[in-house]
Design a protein around this ligand. Structure first.
Ligand code: ZN
Length: 438
């Protein structure tokens, strides 16, 4: 992971000094800077040249650098997404990633580096004070309001002196009459070594669900097993995508944009919910480590067709692994990857190859007592098992199979509803607890 794990928290600005209109002006200038950056990038200019070309009036040079940086990062992730999308064998089933818009009018977040464009301090009255350089020599200041726990985290980050915390680029946003500050709080977590783990949690991510299995590292006994099913989510996403495509065809751009945003929000909500529940599941156990499949390479002898299918189906879910890894790092849980070598076709009990059909895994070995299992859970057991092998001493025989003869019955959690219109959803801890065996 390149950058330290970060939590971005939202605060309301309670402005005491300076003029709100300065923030507004700065947000509109941010849009110009953003659009100009994308245009110059499309014409092939380098970062340095783009920075040199853009000289907005009445705007902090440092903030300009931050907005250009954000524009180029947006462009970069668009390019990456697009190449992933193009490499799918069924790209039409997924929305085509949209290029960063250059015809949009209005405001854009004011992006600022900590210590340059914005400063935060713990004031004598116990509040967290802010000072934002909206324009050269024009500061807007006051204090932040927000959730109690978020303010608490911010104060910890501002008062600790060991360099554990840092601050990323903050953004000023405006919604329905209120100014907000989004502050990325970085935490240089002290992550334990995976070889000290006592519980190894295998994660299998596929187009239907996320399957988790927690193994006791010493005994290989199953401590918990859980499958998050997002079948209904896929349907909802497809529905939103379908609507947005029809709107696009009819050139109803504003509706398209709104539904596109809705789809994005919805997907983000799902990623957030699942990654939070995976973390809650991991934290139930002693000294956990989380293991994923490494889908980046192909090993000799692996069936190319099967591997590519599995890898491609997983691509849209790469974001989910990123988010779980990120949250794990913040919570000081080590993560790593193991080979994806036949994880989905191997029996988690005896190690023989088996067959998977309609979500069931069937072992071909007559003497194996597993016979059948939930296919994705079976794969997650194999991932966990490989994880245990990796962190255990090297002198163990390579195929010292295996886990318990029979796996406990699978616990299935269905994720449905949407970010907005659902009745208070079950907490992540409650979701996770359903998979913990006693
Ligand atoms: Zn078997």
């Amino acid at each position: 992971m390149g950058s330290p794990p970060t939590k971005t928290k939202q605060f309301r600005l309670h402005i005491e000094e300076g003029d709100r209109s300065w923030l507004k002006d700065a947000r509109f200038t941010s849009r110009e800077v953003f659009v100009r950056s994308i245009e110059l990038k499309q014409r092939g200019l380098s970062r340095t040249d783009i920075q040199r070309h853009i000289k907005p009036d009445d705007y902090l040079a440092n903030n300009k650098c931050a907005v250009v940086g954000k524009a180029l990062a947006t462009w970069g992730s668009y390019q990456k997404l697009r190449s992933q999308w193009l490499s799918l064998d069924n790209p039409e089933d997924y929305p085509e990633p949209g290029a960063p818009s250059t015809d949009r009018k209005g405001a854009f977040p004011l992006v600022m580096a900590h210590g340059e464009g914005y400063r935060l301090t713990v004031r004598d009255d116990g509040r967290v004070g802010f000072s934002i350089s909206a324009k050269p020599y024009k500061k807007v200041s006051g204090f932040l309001r927000g959730r109690h726990s978020d303010i608490g985290l911010l104060k910890d980050a501002l008062t600790e002196t060991d360099g554990e915390y840092g601050f990323g680029q903050a953004e000023v946003l405006y919604r329905e009459g209120v100014y907000y500050l989004h502050v990325p709080i970085q935490y240089n977590a002290d992550i334990p070594d995976k070889s000290d783990a006592e519980t190894v949690i295998g994660v299998d991510i596929n187009e239907r669900n996320v399957a988790l299995t927690a193994l006791n590292r010493e005994t290989l006994a199953t401590k918990g097993t859980l499958v998050f099913d997002y079948g209904p989510v896929k349907g909802e996403r497809a529905r939103l995508h379908d609507i947005s495509r029809r709107c696009q065809e009819r050139d109803q751009h504003s509706i398209y944009r709104r539904i596109g945003d809705k789809e994005e929000r919805y997907v983000n909500w799902v990623l957030y919910r699942i990654s939070a529940a995976v973390l809650a599941f991991a934290e139930t156990f002693d000294a956990p480590t989380i293991v994923f499949e490494d889908m980046s390479g192909i090993r000799d002898g692996m069936d190319y067709g099967t591997f590519m299918n599995r890898r491609l189906h997983r691509l849209p879910f790469r974001a989910l692994q990123d988010q779980i890894e990120h949250k794990a790092a913040w919570n000081e849980i080590p993560t790593f990857e193991v080979d994806a070598y036949y994880n989905s076709q191997t029996c988690s009990c005896c190690g023989e190859r088996g067959t998977r059909r309609k979500g069931r895994f069937t072992c071909r070995n007559d003497e194996c007592s597993l016979q059948q299992d939930h296919a994705d859970r079976n794969a997650s057991v194999n991932v966990a098992w490989r994880g245990v092998r990796r962190i255990s001493s090297d002198d163990e025989p390579a195929d010292n199979y295996r886990t318990r003869k029979t796996q406990p019955s699978v616990r299935l959690v269905s994720l449905c509803g949407s970010g907005r219109d659902v009745n208070r959803p079950t907490s992540s801890a409650q979701l996770a607890a359903r998979g913990v065996l006693n």
